[in-house]
Design a protein around this ligand. Structure first.
Ligand code: HEC
Ligand code: HEC
Ligand code: HEC
Ligand code: HEC
Ligand code: HEC
Length: 221
């Protein structure tokens, strides 16, 4: 009996519901529109605005033209090389530049004028931002990759060696890390091996190359 009542009850309320639905149709339609508009706003601010707010752009001290300089030296090693002890010299010091440059510019470009005036004349090292800079806790060795395994610079850095202009350095406001660590694509899609250099990216290559993604102390100081 009580079961029947229940059935009746639910049938009634179901009836009410249907009637109610027709009444509220407009409200529902507006709700859907509101939802779509809110979604689009969130979506656009998440994909377009958030990355802009998350990263602050910093210009390099002046432009450095790799293509022009590689033509002059005909290799990378005259500026970037392993020292006798196997450590990597990184970005060359001012002394290296002074083999060719003095405080009287060789050419007539604005960038060279800045370089000559602000750095060569004052004997001041150029404070370059390093795009690939890893957090302090990370241990990385160029020798293990470029010497032992003969890996190409492009694999991890992309075509910087053939570039003519420098992009701005982008610093993550939360972590202080370079944008090149997490990469440009907020979906995490990676087209090139150099698009990103997070822990997972190091480990993924180690896994394919050695069958093991490595122990924590291998890459952490
Ligand atoms: C005349 C010296 C010189 C030569 C030759 C040279 N570089 Fe550089 N390289 C620099 C300087 C200066 C910087 C710092 C400014 C910059 O980021 O471009 C640099 C920066 C770099 C960086 C960027 C590191 C980072 O993450 O910020 C890479 C990668 C690099 N060079 C690769 C190469 C390769 C590959 C070659 C050879 C094809 C090469 N370089 C030849 C002077 C040189
Ligand atoms: C092997 C010789 C050589 C070395 C080493 C060298 N340069 Fe140059 N650099 C040149 C020549 C040649 C030019 C072209 C000058 C011209 O415009 O005719 C040039 C041009 C430049 C320019 C202007 C380029 C432009 O397109 O605006 C800058 C800036 C510059 N060098 C910075 C550096 C820095 C920084 C270093 C050290 C990391 C360095 N150079 C090392 C030979 C050299
Ligand atoms: C396996 C990936 C990999 C390869 C291959 C590689 N690099 Fe790097 N490079 C890195 C990483 C990671 C850093 C940042 C290291 C750090 O911050 O401790 C770096 C940093 C640098 C820097 C900045 C150094 C500094 O401390 O100021 C230069 C310049 C550079 N690399 C040039 C080169 C050149 C030239 C080659 C080819 C001969 C090369 N790299 C090959 C991953 C690589
Ligand atoms: C594209 C491939 C590749 C990428 C990317 C890469 N590595 Fe490697 N790495 C290797 C290979 C190959 C070896 C040599 C492994 C061996 O023979 O034991 C190696 C060796 C090393 C070693 C020396 C290990 C040892 O015990 O001798 C360290 C440290 C290291 N990688 C750290 C890193 C870090 C940190 C990153 C990311 C910032 C990175 N690697 C990115 C391929 C890669
Ligand atoms: C193949 C090299 C590699 C190995 C192995 C590795 N890491 Fe990392 N780790 C990195 C690199 C590169 C970063 C910085 C980039 C990033 O945040 O993804 C990092 C970042 C981190 C961070 C964040 C630190 C910060 O300041 O952002 C933690 C925590 C960490 N690792 C813990 C570990 C632990 C725990 C292990 C062992 C299970 C481990 N890692 C193994 C390369 C490695």
């Amino acid at each position: 009996m009580s079961k029947k009542e229940n059935e009746n009850g639910s049938a009634e309320s179901a009836g009410e519901c249907t009637a109610g639905d027709t009444k509220d149709d407009k409200g529902l339609g507006l709700g859907v529109i509101f939802f779509i508009v809110a979604f689009v706003i969130c979506f656009l601010s998440g994909t377009l605005l958030f990355p802009k707010l998350l990263y602050s752009k910093k210009e390099q001290p002046f432009n450095f033209n790799h293509e022009l300089h590689v033509e002059q030296t005909s290799d990378c090693e005259s500026c970037h090389a392993l020292r006798e002890d196997g450590s990597f010299n990184g970005i060359p010091k001012l002394a290296k530049c002074q083999e060719c440059h003095s405080d009287t510019p060789l050419g007539e470009t604005k960038d060279e004028a800045v370089f000559a005036e602000m750095y060569v004349a004052k004997e001041k090292e150029v404070p370059w931002y390093v795009y690939s800079r890893q957090p302090d806790c990370v241990f990385f060795s160029h020798a293990a990759h470029t010497k032992t395994k003969g890996m190409d610079c492009v694999t991890c850095h992309g075509p910087i060696g053939t570039s003519t202009t420098l992009k701005p350095y982008e610093e993550n406001r939360l972590t202080g890390y370079s944008r090149d660590i997490w990469g440009k694509n907020i979906w995490g899609i990676k087209k090139h091996s150099w698009d990103r250099m997070k822990m997972d990216d190091c480990a993924a290559c180690h896994k394919t190359e050695t069958g093991h993604q490595g122990y924590c102390f291998q890459c952490h100081k």
